[in-house]
Design a protein around this ligand. Structure first.
Ligand SMILES: *[C@@H]1O[C@H](CO)[C@@H](O)[C@H](O)[C@H]1NC(C)=O
Ligand SMILES: *[C@@H]1O[C@H](CO)[C@@H](O)[C@H](O)[C@H]1NC(C)=O
Ligand SMILES: *[C@@H]1O[C@H](CO)[C@@H](O)[C@H](O)[C@H]1NC(C)=O
Ligand SMILES: *[C@@H]1O[C@H](CO)[C@@H](O)[C@H](O)[C@H]1NC(C)=O
Ligand SMILES: *[C@@H]1O[C@H](CO)[C@@H](O)[C@H](O)[C@H]1NC(C)=O
Ligand SMILES: *[C@@H]1O[C@H](CO)[C@@H](O)[C@H](O)[C@H]1NC(C)=O
Ligand SMILES: *[C@@H]1O[C@H](CO)[C@@H](O)[C@H](O)[C@H]1NC(C)=O
Ligand SMILES: *[C@@H]1O[C@H](CO)[C@@H](O)[C@H](O)[C@H]1NC(C)=O
Ligand SMILES: *[C@@H]1O[C@H](CO)[C@@H](O)[C@H](O)[C@H]1NC(C)=O
Ligand SMILES: *[C@@H]1O[C@H](CO)[C@@H](O)[C@H](O)[C@H]1NC(C)=O
Length: 435
């Protein structure tokens, strides 16, 4: 039981030495992790408990941390709870009379990396436990560990967890998320082996915006000797979502009668769309086309007119695209702008004619009134591509060009990632129809 005394008095008698150790093992035992790690200049929290079978520990009791060896001769007592001055500042946090020897040692430097033994002294009893803890002193503080269930499903609540070891209960590291997607909860938790860690839980409802987003957890440690230092771990989010913002576009800006045209169905999704369907509306009748691919090519003829849309499907879901109208008017077309101009001229002419008639000059004025009808004439076989009514209005006011072609000023889509959304919103713009 009194190892110290055996050792001091009978240091050369190894048999007694062994015997003493054997006795101590059965009567006393201490429980602490075999290894602990800390950072140079930081403190170390040592979870520790012991049992003293036959005798209960009375107050006042002294706790000593001995470095290097169980024996006084070979070790160094770095901390003695009954002394004011110690090699290392420290504190016995636990209640020794309850068998709790949990301790903290401050300002641990690299020189203090070693095995540590706990020694208990109360009344006449003195015991140094044979079990020890190896304290490793690292140059850098611990890095955070970020865990996230991946892939995330759009709209399904998810939790991301960031944890970092806390060696120093007085000064635990802080955790922060970047970008800060939602309020997070930070707690100091005790692990099974008694060591502590700071945990931050981020709850989020993933949206497709967050697909591909890099999320970081930053751990900031304040060191007793070196200021503060931060480490981060970054995880790219994968958010699965069904096809979104599907639209049909043309691969070309200029479509001519009889020339090939390629319709492209594109939008954003993760995973990529693996199944396409195409539909065409012609005068209220809808048919599903015999096309299974993202891009379809055909020659423009009178029988290819209609309103096209596609359906895209991936493992998450399906959606339909906006509509693209491919039209080939059978007869002449007059642009609304000209009708308006013609109408205005006609109106004022009639008013003028009416006024003139009252002044008996009706015949000459009515001659001028027919002029607009000639300017309204356009060539046959023109094609226009119409995405929205709004487009049509703008197309109508576009500069006139004598051409049988359609100018469809769309850019070819080159990607279906969400980053293309700016482009997607522009595709309806800038379509010029000419007659
Ligand atoms: C711890 O300090 C007390 C008070 O100074 C002293 O009586 C005791 O012997 C010390 N223990 C060791 C192991 O040095
Ligand atoms: C030992 O003491 C520490 C510090 O007061 C405390 O956190 C821990 O819960 C105690 N352990 C037990 C087993 O009571
Ligand atoms: C740790 O060491 C620094 C610098 O030597 C000192 O200012 C600080 O008070 C010490 N902290 C403790 C808890 O001993
Ligand atoms: C933010 O977190 C709370 C729970 O902490 C959760 O109820 C809420 O839905 C989350 N909001 C978003 C937008 O993820
Ligand atoms: C996320 O991080 C990786 C690796 O650092 C980088 O290659 C990628 O461009 C980042 N993604 C975004 C959206 O910033
Ligand atoms: C559009 O696709 C058709 C068929 O593949 C091709 O002949 C034509 O050159 C393409 N136009 C452009 C501008 O890429
Ligand atoms: C389109 O017309 C060209 C001749 O202009 C012809 O060679 C080609 O086979 C046609 N393509 C289709 C898909 O009908
Ligand atoms: C897409 O449109 C077609 C035809 O109108 C329809 O049958 C289909 O159910 C639509 N798909 C979705 C996902 O709404
Ligand atoms: C469809 O056309 C787009 C734009 O030209 C191209 O990026 C894409 O690779 C094509 N897809 C297929 C399946 O050919
Ligand atoms: C779809 O378009 C809407 C409106 O332009 C935009 O808010 C949304 O982010 C787009 N979605 C994707 C996946 O690009």
């Amino acid at each position: 039981m009194k190892h110290e005394m055996y050792q001091v008095n009978t240091g050369s008698v190894s048999l007694l030495h062994l015997l003493a150790t054997a006795v101590s093992c059965s009567d006393y035992s201490v429980n602490m992790p075999p290894t602990l790690e800390t950072t140079h200049g930081s403190c170390i929290f040592i979870p520790c408990s012991f049992t003293a079978k036959d005798s209960s520990v009375r107050s006042p009791a002294t706790g000593v941390w001995r470095k290097g060896s169980q024996w006084f001769k070979d070790g160094v007592d770095v901390f003695n709870s009954s002394k004011r001055q110690n090699k290392l500042h420290g504190k016995i946090l636990g209640d020794l009379t309850q068998g709790n020897c949990t301790s903290v040692l401050y300002n641990v430097t690299r020189d203090y990396e070693d095995k540590y033994f706990f020694r208990l002294e109360w009344g006449d009893e003195k015991v140094t436990f044979p079990e020890n803890v190896l304290i490793k002193v690292n140059d850098a503080p611990p890095k955070p560990h970020l865990s996230s269930p991946q892939p995330l499903q759009e709209g399904t609540p998810a939790r991301m967890t960031c944890a970092v070891a806390s060696h120093c209960p007085q000064d635990p590291p802080t955790l922060a998320w970047s970008p800060n997607l939602n309020h997070s909860m930070e707690t100091l938790q005790t692990k099974e082996d008694g060591t502590q860690e700071v945990i931050s839980v981020l709850s989020l409802i993933p949206s497709h915006w967050e697909d591909g987003l890099n999320v970081s957890c930053v751990a900031t440690h304040r060191l007793q000797r070196q200021g503060s230092i931060s480490f981060q771990e970054t995880v790219p989010l994968t958010v699965l979502y069904g096809p979104k913002n599907l639209s049909v576009s043309l691969n070309t800006s200029r479509v001519g009668m009889g020339s090939p045209v390629t319709l492209i169905c594109f939008g954003a999704s993760n995973p990529p769309i693996n199944n396409y369907r195409w539909f065409r509306d012609t005068s209220g009748y809808q048919e599903e086309m015999d096309w299974k691919y993202q891009n379809v090519t055909f020659n423009v003829t009178s029988s290819t007119t209609g309103t096209y849309h596609c359906e895209g499907r991936n493992t998450v879901g399906a959606s339909n695209s906006s509509r693209l109208q491919l039209e080939m008017p059978a007869s002449s077309h007059v642009k609304p702008g000209w009708w308006l101009l013609g109408g205005c001229i006609l109106f004022f002419t009639i008013v003028a004619a009416f006024l003139c008639h009252r002044h008996k000059k009706a015949e000459t004025q009515q001659q001028r009134g027919r002029r607009p009808e000639h300017t309204g004439r356009v060539a046959d076989h023109s094609i226009y591509i119409n995405v929205t009514e709004d487009t049509l209005c703008r197309a109508a006011s576009a500069p006139d060009e004598p051409c049988d072609n359609v100018y469809c000023n769309q850019l070819p889509p080159n990607s279906i990632r969400p980053k293309q959304r700016d482009f997607l919103s522009q595709t309806d713009d800038a379509i010029y129809a000419n007659h």
